[in-house]
Design a protein around this ligand. Structure first.
Ligand SMILES: [Zn+2]
Length: 72
């Protein structure tokens, strides 16, 4: 039986290996998906920084808050 060498580190092609501990996951308040903070779409809302998985979710959130603001 041949023994294959074990790879301890998985480096993505052209990418920098990042340990899972260094990554910060944030939750999209619209769809509930967890997204990498560095890849998320940010939106500052009332002094709070929110993160979204896509511009579509951000727009959906912005539209809903605008609706509430218009009523008040
Ligand atoms: Zn989303």
């Amino acid at each position: 039986m041949t023994r294959l060498p074990r790879r301890k580190l998985r480096i993505p092609p052209g990418g920098i290996p990042v340990s899972s501990a260094a990554r910060r996951l944030v939750r999209d308040p619209v769809c509930g998906m967890h997204v990498d903070e560095t890849l998320s779409i940010p939106l500052r809302e009332g002094g709070e920084l929110l993160h979204f998985c896509s511009p579509a979710c951000r727009d959906a959130y912005a539209a809903s808050t605008r609706k509430f603001a218009a009523n008040g």
